[in-house]
Design a protein around this ligand. Structure first.
Ligand code: AMP
Ligand code: MG
Length: 648
C-alpha cells in the first residue's frame, strides 16, 4: 500500500491567523509545525512533498530532498489549489494530504483510509470524527469531516481542474462530485486540536513558550521528528528508544534560576547554586596526624645506626600550640591535631618509641622516615580553590566540608514545586469503600514518596476523574502553581484516556510510545495556563510502570530543574538465573542483589514482573536493566543493575 501513496503537506495558506510567521513555520515543540507533520506523514507513504506559497527557501530547508510545490493557481486559492498542484506532481497512484497545522494525526491514517477506499471502491477516502459542542456538552455528538485529511486517487485531477475552472474553491463542494469513503477515527484530538481560532491561539502560546527553550530551534531535537526516526523492531513506528527520550527531555529542561541563601544546617539535600571557594587553607597549619613526639627528621638515627635518645622539652595539644623550636635531639610531646612546633617536620607515634623514661624517648633506626605523620597546611583544600562546585546536591559530607571552611551560609537553588495527581474513574482514596471494579489509588503514595525523597515541595492534588473539564481544571491549576506536574494514568490510547486530549489542548505535549517495559506510554511537554506554565510528565497508570518511568524520566528531569547534574549509577551483577528478554526494547525488571560466596555481586529477579505487581517492587532492592539490543540472558551472565539505595 505504502509504495502507492505520496504524502502532501498542505502549507499553502496565507496563515494570517497565526500572525507574521507562516503557519507551517511556526515554532512548535522544538522544531516547526510542518516538520512535525512531515515526520508523521513520512512513515506512512513512499515519498512526500510540501505545498507552500511563501517562504519557499525555509520550507525547502525543512523538506530536504522532497519538493516544495507552490500553487498552480494564483492568489492563495485554498487547500484545493494545494491538492491540484499535489496531483499534478503526484508520481504515485494515490495522494494523502495532511494540513501543516495538525501535528497529531494518527500514524495509521494512510492505512485506514486506503482500506476504506478499497472496500468501498471510492475515489477519495476522508477522515471524520465525532465531536461534542463544548458549549453544550450534553447535546448529542455530531459528525465532523476532515476533508484536508484525505487519500485521493491521482486520476481525479481532470475533475478537480474542471471544478476549479468554475471558480469554486471549497473542498467539500468538490468532494460531492466524487465517490467518497468516510473513515471514523476515535481520537478526535488527533485531528481537531487546532481547528478553531481559540485552539490555534492556545497552540501559538504554547509554541511561543517552547521557542524560548534554549535548544528549541534545532530540528534534530524535535520530539515528533524523533518519533519517526527510531523504530522499534515490533514495527511500531512511534516507539521511541529510552535513551533518545531521556535526551529529548534533558535538552528542553533548564534549571530554575531563583536561589536562596540558607544557614548551613538547612541546606541538606539542596543544590548548591554557586561554587564554594575556600577562604582558607584546610588544614590551616601543619599538624600532627598522631599522638606522639614531634621532632626534626634530620636527628633520626641513620639506617643501621644505634638508637638515639631525645629529650622532651614540652607538650603541644590541639588548640594549644607549643611555640619553642627544639634543638638537636630534642622533641615535643604532641597530640593529634596539634600544630607542629617550629623546626619540626616529623612525628614519631608514641607506640613506636623503643623506650620512654621520664622526659627521655629512645628511637630506633627506621622507626619512621623523616616527614612522617604530618598533615600539611592546605593538603585538603587550598585557599582560593573550589571546595565544592555549583550543582552539587549537598550531602552530610558536603555540610561538614563547608563548615570546615568556616562558612555558615550557602546559596542554593530554590526548591522545586511539583504538583501531582492520579487519574481514573476506578480509583478510590484511602478511607473510601472499595466498590466492585475499583482499586485504591497507590500511585499517589509512591509519587509522594519519590518526590519527597528528591526534596521537592509537593502539591498533592489527589485523584482526578476521567472527565475532560475536571482534568483541564486540574492541569491549569497545577501549571499556575507548580514548576512541574506529574500525573499517572490516562496517557495510553484507551477510549477513556481523556487526559491525552486535554494535555494536548493545554500545551506543547508529546505523547511517546517508548520501546520499554514496563512504562510504554509517556507524555512530556509544557502545559500553559493563564499565569504560568509547568513541565508535564504524564506517567502511565500501572503502579510499577509509574515508579520506573518516574525514576528514568521524571527524576533526572526534576534534578536538572533543581540545578543538579545527576546520573544514575549502575553496577554489574551476575544473573543467578536465566532471564527472558526481547531485543528492541529496554526492560526494567525488579531484582534482589546480594553478595555471592566469592564476594562478587549477584542478582535474582523478584518473581512475577507484571507492571501492576507492586509487591515485586517492595521486595526488590534494585532494577535489572536489560538494554535495548540485549536478548535473553543466560544464568551466570553479567547484567546491569540500578540500586534502589540512593534512588528510593
Ligand atoms: P491507565 O493508564 O489509566 O489506563 O491505567 C492503567 C492501569 O493502571 C489500570 O489498570 C489502572 O486501574 C491502573 N491505575 C491507574 N492509576 C492508578 C493509581 N493511581 N493507583 C493504582 N492503580 C492505578
Ligand atoms: Mg485510567
Amino acid at each position: 500500500m505504502k509504495s502507492r501513496v505520496t504524502g502532501l503537506v498542505l502549507a499553502g495558506g496565507r496563515g494570517t491567523r497565526m500572525g507574521r510567521v507562516d503557519k507551517g513555520l511556526q515554532p512548535f515543540r522544538g522544531s516547526t509545525l510542518v516538520a512535525h507533520v512531515l515526520a508523521r506523514l513520512t512513515p506512512q507513504v513512499a515519498s512526500v512533498a510540501i505545498n507552500a506559497n511563501r517562504n519557499l527557501p525555509q520550507y525547502q530547508a525543512i523538506a530536504g530532498a522532497a519538493p516544495v510545490l507552490p500553487d498552480f493557481l494564483d492568489g492563495f486559492a485554498g487547500p484545493l489549489a494545494g491538492l491540484q498542484i499535489g496531483l499534478q506532481f503526484c508520481p504515485t497512484e494515490l495522494l494523502l494530504t495532511a494540513p501543516c497545522d495538525s501535528p497529531f494525526f494518527p500514524l495509521d491514517l494512510a492505512e485506514r483510509l486506503h482500506a476504506a477506499m478499497q472496500a468501498e471502491g471510492a475515489d477519495l477516502a476522508m477522515a471524520v470524527t465525532m465531536e461534542r459542542d463544548p458549549e453544550q456538552p450534553d447535546a448529542a455528538p455530531f459528525r465532523q469531516p476532515h476533508p484536508v485529511f484525505s487519500l485521493v486517487k491521482a486520476s481525479v485531477l481532470p475533475q478537480l481542474d474542471a471544478y476549479l475552472e468554475t471558480g469554486a474553491r471549497r473542498m467539500e463542494g468538490f468532494y460531492k462530485s466524487l465517490r467518497v469513503a468516510e473513515v471514523l477515527f476515535d481520537d478526535s484530538a488527533a485531528f481537531g486540536n487546532i481547528n478553531t481560532l481559540e485552539d490555534l491561539q492556545r497552540h501559538e502560546r504554547a509554541a511561543a513558550v517552547s521557542a524560548q527553550q534554549p535548544d528549541a530551534a534545532a530540528p534534530a531535537h524535535a520530539p515528533a521528528a524523533a518519533l519517526s526516526a527510531r523504530r522499534a523492531p515490533d514495527g511500531d513506528p512511534a516507539a521511541l528508544d529510552v535513551d533518545e527520550a531521556r535526551r529529548l527531555i534533558r535538552e528542553r529542561i533548564a534549571p530554575v534560576e531563583a536561589t536562596e541563601t540558607l544557614p548551613l544546617l538547612n541546606a541538606l539535600d539542596r543544590v548548591l547554586a554557586a561554587d564554594i571557594i575556600s577562604p582558607i587553607n584546610v588544614p590551616a597549619y601543619d599538624n600532627s596526624a598522631m599522638d606522639g613526639y614531634a621532632l626534626r627528621g634530620a636527628d633520626l638515627p641513620a639506617d643501621g645506626a644505634a638508637p638515639v635518645t631525645f629529650k622532651t622539652i614540652g607538650v603541644a595539644y590541639a588548640g594549644h600550640p607549643f611555640t619553642q623550636a627544639p634543638r638537636q635531639h630534642e622533641c615535643v610531646r604532641i597530640m593529634t591535631g596539634a600544630a607542629i612546633p617550629p623546626g619540626c617536620d616529623s612525628v614519631l607515634p608514641q607506640e613506636l618509641a623503643t623506650t620512654i623514661a621520664g622526659d627521655n624517648v629512645t628511637i630506633a633506626a627506621n622507626a619512621i622516615r623523616a616527614g612522617a605523620n604530618l598533615r600539611r597546611a592546605g593538603e585538603d583544600l587550598k585557599q582560593g580553590g573550589i571546595a565544592i562546585a555549583a550543582g552539587k546536591l549537598l550531602r552530610p559530607a558536603d555540610l561538614g566540608l563547608i563548615a570546615s571552611l568556616g562558612i555558615g551560609q550557602v546559596t542554593v537553588r530554590r526548591k522545586l514545586k511539583v504538583a501531582f495527581f492520579s487519574t481514573g474513574d476506578e480509583l478510590r482514596s484511602l478511607g473510601e469503600p472499595l466498590e466492585e471494579g475499583c482499586v485504591y489509588d497507590s500511585n499517589r503514595y509512591t509519587l509522594f514518596g519519590m518526590l519527597q525523597r528528591l526534596g521537592c515541595d509537593v502539591i498533592d492534588m489527589g485523584v482526578v476523574r476521567d472527565d475532560p473539564p475536571a482534568l483541564e481544571a486540574a492541569l491549569r491549576a497545577a501549571a499556575n502553581n507548580a514548576d512541574a506536574i506529574i500525573t499517572s494514568g490516562g496517557v495510553s490510547e484507551g477510549a477513556a484516556d481523556h487526559t491525552r486530549d486535554i494535555m494536548a489542548l493545554l500545551g506543547d505535549v508529546a505523547f511517546w510510545k517508548l520501546a520499554m517495559r514496563p512504562g510504554r506510554p509517556l507524555a512530556f511537554g509544557k502545559v500553559q495556563a493563564e499565569q504560568d506554565s509547568a513541565w508535564l510528565f504524564g506517567l502511565p497508570g500501572n503502579p510499577v510502570a509509574v515508579m520506573i518511568s518516574f525514576y528514568l524520566f521524571a527524576r533526572p528531569a526534576l534534578l536538572r530543574m533543581m540545578g543538579s547534574d545527576s546520573t544514575l549509577q549502575t553496577l554489574q551483577a551476575r544473573a543467578t538465573e536465566s532471564i527472558r528478554k526481547r531485543p528492541g526494547r529496554t526492560e526494567y525488571q525488579r531484582g534482589i542483589v546480594s553478595t555471592a560466596a566469592d564476594g562478587t555481586p549477584q542478582v535474582r529477579l523478584t518473581g512475577a514482573q507484571g507492571s501492576g505487581i507492586l509487591s515485586s517492587m517492595t521486595e526488590a532492592n534494585c532494577i535489572v536493566v536489560l538494554h535495548h539490543a540485549q536478548a535473553n540472558v543466560a544464568a551466570g551472565q553479567m547484567v546491569d543493575v540500578l540500586l534502589f539505595d540512593g534512588l528510593t
